[in-house]
Structures are given as structure tokens and as C-alpha cells.
Design a protein. Sequence first.
Length: 140
Amino acid sequence: MAAYTKSIEISAPPAAVAELLLDLPGWPTWTASVNEVTPLGGEPVAPGTRVRVRQPRLPVAVWTVDAIGDYHFDWNSHSPGVTTVATHRILPTNTGCTVTLSINQSGRLSRLATLVYGGLTERYLSLEAEGLKAAAESSR
């Protein structure tokens, strides 16, 4: 199993960060790691919602939302031999919040996925964290 995690401190209210993070179709406006996010079945996004995600240098993937709340959401995607689970957490702090983004991959081909896409996955988590920080802090 491969695991990737990126945490970042953001000087913005947790609710403002959550508004950006939970607006899945809006992701391309604040991160270069995502070209398009399209809910398949309408809004609002809720557990069970399927979402098509287009990212540079990766095959198009369909993700299913597992859980969504005020300050978190989880989703998963399946490809042949690999299951990917992503978690997104916002924890309030005295100066704003800490956001933690995690990717966990399992399955018989997960080691191969790590060899082929591990560096890109780490880079994309960093782009997402930094982009979210910049967008949240600039909108204050």
C-alpha cells in the first residue's frame, strides 16, 4: 500500500477554506493539478455522488464521494488493480486552520502505480495544498 500526505497551515477561517475545498467543480481555479471536475448526477455533492476528474498526465478517473461534512470529505477511485482513497481534512487553529490531504493506494498493482505515478502524486498534493492556501488567503 502506498500512502501520501501533505499538511499546510492556512491563515483563513476554516469555513472559507471549506467553501473552496468542497466546491469540487471549482478546483481548476485554484490548483494546476486539476483540469476539470464534473459531478455525474448533479449538485449538491453528497455521499454516493460520482465525479469525473481530469488531471494533467493522468488518465481520466471517476471518483465516488464516500463522506462529506462541514470540514472534510473522502472519495475513492478504482482502476484495474488499484484502489485510491483520498481524504481531505480541515482542522481549526488559533490563526486559521490546518488542511491535511492524503492519498492511499492499495491493490495488486499499487506498487507499480507508486513507481510510475508516486512522484507526480506527491507533486499534485503539494500543488493542491499550496493552491488552496493561496486562494483562501487571497480572498480574505
